[in-house]
Design a protein around this ligand. Sequence first.
Ligand SMILES: *Cc1c(COP(=O)(O)O)cnc(C)c1O
Length: 488
Amino acid sequence: MNYISTRDTSKKECVSSAMAIKQGIAADGGLFVPTELPTIDEAFVRELAKCEYHERAAKILSLFLTDYTYDELLKVCGEAYNENSFVGGAAPISKVGENYFLELWHGPTCAFKDLALQLLPRLLSLSLDKTGEKGDALILVATSGDTGKAALEGYCDVDRVKIMVFYPNDGVSNMQKKQMATQKGENVSVVAINGNFDDAQSGVKKIFVDKETIEKLSENGYFLSSANSINWGRLAPQIVYYFSAYCDLINEGELEYGDILNVTVPTGNFGNILAGYIAKKMGLPIGTLVCATNKNNILADFFESGKYDKRRPFYTTVSPSMDILISSNLERLLWFTEGSEFTKAKMSEFSENNCYETEKGIFPDFVGGTCSEENTFAKIKEVFEKYGYTVDPHTAVAAYVADEYKKTDSGKMLIVSTASPYKFPYAVAEALGVSECADDFEMLDKVSDYTKTEIPEPLKKLKNATVRFGKTVEPSKMKDEVVIFGDR
Ligand SMILES: *Cc1c(COP(=O)(O)O)cnc(C)c1O
């Protein structure tokens, strides 16, 4: 299977999956996409349903990463999704009332990013050999909170790789900051910027196409690569859990093969939900993909009106990982829907005007919905009081939008649960009416006492971890930080 850039109108510059993973982003600024999608049938899903998660992952990834052998994939998937990293399973489902919550936060950093970022470093390592690469990778990450820590954890002390993470100083939770600032490893660095997530992401994107920086790094034997969901190696592993969820629901007698399953995804950069869309395009019986947004509802507006308009205020919310106005992966949806000429035109329109328009109704698989801050808190409370189940603010956004959507469609609903409630203890405590205190870790204990759930081990351990990183810079200085970090 070959990959091309979403903006390649010549359709000639194909690369292998190892190359796409190594490069992260295409030279023309577009995103790598497979030139065609593999399709599956009932027999494939039934076979998958008999497998464990890491085998399901290897089977699906082998359809996309055709220059990796099945045995290689099985090995790295086995390492990534082992019982020690994902306590209680990689992607278990909890049935809560009539909804199924797909819990993607049992990994080492307690957010769904682990599903991709425990695997991507292993795929990248293999890709260096496969592409005959002599240099070492310098990974740049812009994070709205969860990607940064998950990437640091995934790449920590991986051979031939260094990783630098930028996060918006006022845009992440205390717990997220602490997770990143205490990261171990000889090959890692963390820098805060004075700006929001979009500033961080734009800054990183600029560095990727900055000839001078690339040259300086190259003299030191480094090439740039990305761990953001613009990297195909991030996206592909996310396709797996939609299949896995469907299989588990069959196994548990909740679904018959062929039953339509709607899916609601709390969305920011549009990576997670795009993976669900790809699963559907491959033939998995998914119905509507409900794109749930918080107060930063640019995507909900887009699916409503066809217009993507960034000229609006940016809000900091209780679901910070969704505080985004530029959803990078939407570019891939444009490409899958309308092809490269269209995508290239829209992206250049966007970079000129911060806005582009598409025809209404060209994305029939998607519906958007928004959840206010007030309703986020109310949903956390409602779900807990009705069912004794605790959700984090991101999942609450999805649960609210899912329940609204269900007023018009009685189909079964899978809600993608993206973070442990303990990653956002203050918001959860506020919602549940648990009195707040100044100490983060006392707060974890209080939430635990109240909800009668266990604090995840990785968060508990942070209490006594040493802070290693505390630098803050202006977005314009990100480049300099990268050059310094890339000096040998
Ligand atoms: C990253 C993240 C999201 C948004 O996912 P995208 O793939 O960027 O749309 C939602 N919730 C949590 C907890 C996240 O970490």
